[in-house]
Design a binder for this molecule. Structure first.
Ligand SMILES: Cc1cc2nc3c(=O)[nH]c(=O)nc-3n(C[C@H](O)[C@H](O)[C@H](O)COP(=O)(O)OP(=O)(O)OC[C@H]3O[C@@H](n4cnc5c(N)ncnc54)[C@H](O)[C@@H]3O)c2cc1C
Length: 558
């Protein structure tokens, strides 16, 4: 019996659960781990695949949020920098320091505007010059002075800046370079949180493609969207962690709320070696004339750029539109005028909805990225409290999960058993963090498994130390490289299909790997993958063909 069937049986058999969590993005999966570690049994459900929402569509910055200093969100920046440093420590297999450069058009530009924003006067942000940026970076360094994990910022004069980044716009007075962090495999970290939760508490269960469809006699009715079967669950506490969908999910349970005011943001992934080279391995953080903040950074052999910020009511309608593509290509030209990037270079596009709190004014860039917990009391129809997780950043998910768990545990009469600030996640456990330790790890696992050192290094980068278990069980047949994508092997894909809640082919390329993100989910690759995934999951030939069509539709560049 598949794990999904076993899970359905287990849920039906007990029909009660301490905490039902709706939404398997970073906030839902983070809370699932947090509570499971405290011995609380949870059921996590996602209406789509896990991590199909904003959590797989972010800019991948694990950051303090330099620009939030301007709006005096010191607590948020402090918390974010603390969490950034924890992720560098707890998920070193995917989170790494990132050198970030800001081109500065003038010395004093934007000072008055920054001061007005600082004083709480709502004005549209604009280009910031050396002085306001320097003040922000000084504060950034100050906050992390006792927990320094990245170098301090530096201001580089114009001539030197242009020598380092020859493609950069020439009308600058200097550049500022500071360090934040980025996450390579955001999707996999969510999947690893689910795995860690299940390992910590076998009574915690997780199901993707399951949504709440109503309330019956005080129980939440859940529908398996793959088969249309329904079942009822009585939670002691309900958590709505559906991000941009919070109000919509509440409505499906008969609750009218107006917590959210989401905005959509799109990114482009381009295959453009001259731009890759021009970036010199760093992120460039720039401000087009409209005052928004945009970023461009090398991602493996591709370049990612973004993003837009457009109000949207229904997250299911979020798509990257033509106008957004034009905006991103045009604003990039403003910062790298010499580097030609065209629409033909685009290999992937993604768009997600920021779960921002509603009712915070018209200047979208000024809406707080902080998080809060909204509690709806129990009533006769819903005899359980509903905790809604509103807002937040990817970076701060652990803190948000910790705070939410601390609000829920007293309701359940359960004490906190452990903290998570210094607890490694998934393949981050025992990860070799120095060059020497890494070499030793690779040699040891290569010798023990018989696989080559290059292959072990690739597996370590992809799965962290969890690579060892795979490598030890991989025989020659499993290690057969894919014809269409020789970086990956058949055994690796089969393992993902069998162990990581895969229901559709697109789950593998979009949310268990970065195959789609790198623009490598072509027809040939999908056809070959469908054979392997189909064999693991028992798909008949017509299902494999349908899965290829569905995946092509999901990864299509508009
Ligand atoms: C363009 C963009 C760029 C960003 N960049 C950054 C960044 O660089 N750094 C950073 O820290 N943060 C960034 N963020 C913010 C960050 O991505 C989000 O704050 C975070 O991912 C929100 O996670 P979540 O779990 O709350 O929501 P989501 O990831 O959206 O997850 C919600 C889940 O709920 C599911 N769902 C919806 N309705 C239901 C239902 N009725 N029942 C069950 N499940 C349901 C969805 O399928 C989805 O999987 C960015 C966001 C965007 C959109």
């Amino acid at each position: 019996m598949s794990r999904r069937e076993e899970t359905f049986r287990a849920v039906r058999a007990k029909a009660e659960v301490s905490v039902l969590i709706l939404g398997g993005g970073i906030n839902g999966t983070g809370l699932f781990r947090e509570l499971s570690l405290q011995g609380v049994d949870c059921l996590l459900v996602d209406k789509s695949d896990f991590v199909a929402g904003a959590s797989s569509k972010s800019s991948r910055m694990i950051h303090g949020g330099l620009r939030y200093l301007e709006s005096r969100e010191f607590r948020l920046v402090k918390e974010s920098l603390f969490e950034r440093n924890r992720l560098l420590e707890d998920a070193p297999h995917y989170v790494a320091p990132l050198r970030t450069t800001i081109p500065l058009p003038s010395r004093l530009g934007g000072l008055l505007r920054s001061m007005l924003i600082f004083m709480g006067i709502k004005v549209r942000p604009g280009e910031r010059g050396l002085l306001p940026v320097k003040a922000g970076l000084w504060f950034y360094d100050f906050i992390t002075r006792k927990d320094r994990r990245t170098p301090r910022h530096v201001i580089t004069p114009k001539a030197e800046s242009l020598a380092q980044l020859p493609g950069l716009r020439r009308d600058i007075c200097a550049t500022a370079t500071y360090w934040d962090a980025w996450i390579t495999q955001a999707e996999r970290l969510c999947i690893e949180l689910i795995r860690d939760a299940r390992d910590a508490n076998p009574n915690s269960l997780a199901l993707n493609y399951v949504r709440p469809t109503g309330i019956e006699a005080g129980a939440v009715v859940l529908t398996d969207t793959l088969t249309d079967r329904t079942f009822a669950v009585r939670p002691k506490v309900l958590v709505n962690a559906t991000g941009g969908w919070v109000d919509i999910a509440n409505a499906s349970l008969g609750l009218e709320t107006h917590f959210m005011g989401g905005t959509k943001g799109s990114h482009l992934v381009v295959d453009c070696p001259p731009l890759h080279k021009a970036l010199d391995g760093r992120m460039v953080y720039y401000q087009p004339a409209d005052g928004r903040v945009c970023i461009v950074f090398p991602f493996m052999d591709r370049v990612v750029m973004g993003s837009t910020d457009i109000r949207i009511d229904d997250p299911d309608q979020a798509r990257c539109e033509e106008g957004e593509i034009d905006y991103m290509l045009t604003t990039l030209r403003g910062v790298f005028p010499e580097v030609a990037v065209s629409r033909e270079d685009i290999v992937y596009v993604f768009c997600g909805v920021r779960p921002l709190p509603g009712g915070q004014g018209k200047v979208l860039a000024n809406v707080s990225r902080g998080h809060s917990l909204k509690v709806v009391d129990a009533d006769a129809d819903r005899p359980f409290q509903t905790f809604c997780m509103v807002g937040g950043k990817w970076t701060t998910f652990r803190a948000f999960a910790e705070q939410t768990a601390d609000a829920i545990l007293p309701q359940l009469g359960s004490p906190r058993r452990c903290g998570t600030a210094h607890l490694a996640i998934g393949g981050g456990k025992g990860f070799p963090t120095t060059a020497e330790a890494r070499e030793a790890w690779i040699s040891r696992v290569a010798d023990a498994s018989g696989l080559g050192r290059g292959r072990i290094a690739a597996l370590l980068a992809r799965y962290g130390t969890a690579a060892e278990a795979y490598a030890m069980g991989a025989d020659a047949e499993a290690e057969r490289p894919l014809e269409s994508l020789p970086d990956y092997t058949a055994g690796e894909i089969a393992r993902i299909a069998a162990e990581e809640d895969v229901e559709h082919l697109a789950d593998v390329v979009c949310r268990r790997s970065i195959i789609a993100l790198l623009g490598r989910a072509t027809g040939d690759v999908l056809a070959e993958l469908a054979e392997i995934v189909g064999a693991a999951l028992g798909w008949p030939p017509e299902r494999k063909a349908a899965e290829v069509r569905r995946a092509l539709d999901e990864v299509r560049v508009p």
